[in-house]
Design a protein around this ligand. Structure first.
Ligand SMILES: Cc1ncc(COP(=O)(O)O)c(C=O)c1O
Length: 416
């Protein structure tokens, strides 16, 4: 397919925005892979920072290879050290309130379970219907195991669903499908008025949207490090527990990494103070190191500056959507007000699946697809240029105008 429209006038505007972009040099800090592929899926799996390969090489050959088991002296504090970095630079949290641990799913389980234990007279969990499936499954599992009610409601029904029976409100900060960003402070305050604790999933906001957990008085939170934080596939997640709550909450998986004075090898569990008790088993050190590298680059760029660029890029993308895609049968699933969205945009189209495959297989653009009819463009501001917004929009317009979906199969793949 010839992309002859990519030299049309509008692209010059994107090029000018790139020249003015003060964050542009950060793109050079990443492994950019094939220069002919435009990656707009940083909200699913971020790109590798160049420093990650170098650092991993050192850790493998020096720390592991030469230091062998003696390197645990420094590795043992890695989950807390990286947690403190996330707390200070990314999510507005107190020192000692965050650790790197397990996956988001497992952390949601640990946190929600502890919250239910801490609210014994209350029998309801409120969550959003249509939340990311793993969040829903964890809460469904807990509700089934404990015989509590899971009240899954629409976003506009959340406040009305909060009453004196509610133990926990569990929500995503940015919705994985639509990209909408909710009012964390307002909803946390509403939950507190009803006497409920709050648990926030930060997967789609951390590293792209400023977060102030302490200021918003959030109780509990978890998030992943492999999206906007560029920690690598399966990099460990993090969890947050508000300091005042730490003495009241006990996590359900009692493991030796959460044990006070771990190497005393006591026969009875006695949790470490603070968030140390939320660790379970041996942390994946190589993956923790990769997460630390990704986080360091984002912290250096600064979330406020990244958010500014992200808003400019998603707004530019919405303008192109209105001019090019809206007339071709697409609808925008993401809020138009930048204050109400994260850093990805979602376009609905009846042929979304096949259009997504056309972009990947024929047009050199990598977005992703979410059931039933959504194409997501994740614009990770740290390495995405404005031309990387313009070109994928132009190519999607071309694919739709020329009905290129007719050239590919409707059959879904294992990973969409
Ligand atoms: C909102 C949200 N929560 C959780 C997850 C995944 O959690 P885990 O890292 O446990 O697979 C994702 C993954 O895309 C997500 O988007």
């Amino acid at each position: 397919v010839r992309l002859d429209r990519s030299v049309s006038v509008g692209r010059a505007e994107a090029e000018a925005l790139d020249i003015d972009d003060e964050l542009a040099p950060f793109r050079g800090r990443f492994d950019l892979g094939d220069p002919d592929v435009i990656y707009v899926d940083g909200n699913s799996l971020g790109r590798p920072p160049l420093s990650t390969a170098t650092r991993l090489q050192t850790v493998v050959t020096e720390e592991w290879g030469r230091g062998l088991v003696g390197s645990w002296e420094s590795w043992i504090d890695l989950p807390r050290r990286v947690g403190d970095r996330i707390a200070a630079d990314l999510i507005g949290a107190e020192r000692g309130s965050v650790v790197l641990s397990d996956s988001t799913t497992v952390n949601l389980y640990k946190l929600a379970s502890a919250a239910l234990d801490a609210q014994p007279g209350r029998q309801v969990i409120v969550a959003e219907a249509g939340s990311f499936p793993t969040d829903a499954y964890v809460l469904q599992g807990l509700a089934a195991a404990r015989g509590v009610e899971l009240r899954a409601v629409r976003p506009d029904e959340v406040e009305d669903a909060l009453d004196g029976d509610v133990a926990l409100l569990a929500l995503s900060h940015v919705d994985y499908r639509s990209g909408s960003l909710v009012d964390m402070g307002g909803l946390t305050a509403a939950a507190h008025r009803a006497g409920a604790l709050t648990l926030w999933d930060l997967c789609h906001s951390v590293g792209a949207v400023p977060i102030d957990l302490a200021g918003d008085e959030v109780d509990l939170a978890a998030g992943c490090t492999y999206k906007y934080l560029n920690g690598g596939p399966g990099a460990p997640a993090f969890l947050y527990v508000r300091p005042e709550l730490q003495p009241r909450l006990r996590q359900p998986i009692w493991g030796w990494f959460g044990q006070q004075d771990q190497f005393a090898m006591a026969g009875t569990y006695s949790p470490a103070p603070g968030t140390g008790s939320w660790l379970v088993g041996t942390p994946p050190i190589l993956a923790c190191v990769a997460a630390e590298e990704g986080i360091a680059v984002i912290a250096e760029a600064g979330v406020d500056r990244l958010r500014e660029k992200s808003i400019r890029q998603t707004s530019f993308c919405v303008d192109l959507f209105d001019s090019w895609l809206a007339p071709l049968g697409f609808s925008l699933a993401t809020p138009r007000d930048p204050a109400e969205r994260g850093s990805h945009l979602s376009f609905r189209h009846p042929e979304a699946w096949r259009l997504c495959r056309v972009l990947i297989e024929q047009l050199g653009v990598v977005p992703d697809f979410r059931e039933p009819d959504v194409i997501r463009y994740g614009l990770a501001p740290i390495y995405t240029r404005y031309v990387d917004v313009w070109d994928p929009m132009d190519r999607l317009r071309q694919a739709a105008e020329d009905r290129l979906w007719e050239t590919v199969s409707t059959e879904r793949r294992r990973v969409t």
